[in-house]
Design a protein around this ligand. Structure first.
Ligand code: FES
Length: 163
């Protein structure tokens, strides 16, 4: 069987095949696959016995659910006003320069994807970014280079889940 189908079946079982648990199932697929493919959404609809249009409608409501393949680490830079006033662009430039990608791109080796996002709720510690589920605040270009170097080293070591 297809590994994505297996994953979705496992998640559907774990959440009692209850359509009210659609969101954690969507999140579970994104955590493993980095994105929701059309195939995934159709499989989820089938497993939960609900219209694919409802799965798609719910999935597309949330900005943290991606629809194209992402890198192992998804960097989300806050683009909202406080971070912008606190030199978010300097952070973005440091990342783009280091990884040689721009917003919306993924490194050729599939390690990082770079995105912008709305307020992360850490305005008091701006500028802020997320890498997968980890929050980083009070960023400077130097600090962000150190953080990315740590991720690159983890990736090379292939540590715990590569994280
Ligand atoms: S504006 Fe960036 S965390 Fe709120």
């Amino acid at each position: 069987m297809n590994p994505v189908s297996d994953l979705i079946k496992t998640l559907a079982d774990q959440y009692g095949r209850n359509r009210h648990n659609l969101l954690p199932i969507l999140q579970g697929v994104v955590e493993q696959e980095t994105y929701l493919s059309e195939f995934s959404m159709i499989e989820i609809a089938r497993e939960l016995d609900m219209p694919a249009s409802e799965v798609y409608g719910t999935a597309t409501f949330y900005s943290f659910l991606e629809y194209k393949k992402m890198g192992k680490y998804i960097i989300r830079i806050c683009k909202t006003i406080t971070c912008s006033m606190k030199e978010k662009n300097q952070i973005l430039l440091a990342i783009e320069d280091m990884l040689k990608i721009t917003v919306g791109e993924t490194t050729p080796d599939g390690t990082f994807s770079l995105l912008q996002t709305n307020c992360l709720g850490f305005c008091h510690k701006a500028p802020a970014m997320l890498i997968n589920n980890d929050v980083y605040t009070e960023l400077t270009p130097e600090k962000v280079r150190e953080i990315l170097t740590q991720y690159l080293n983890k990736r090379k070591e292939g540590g715990q889940n590569g994280n």
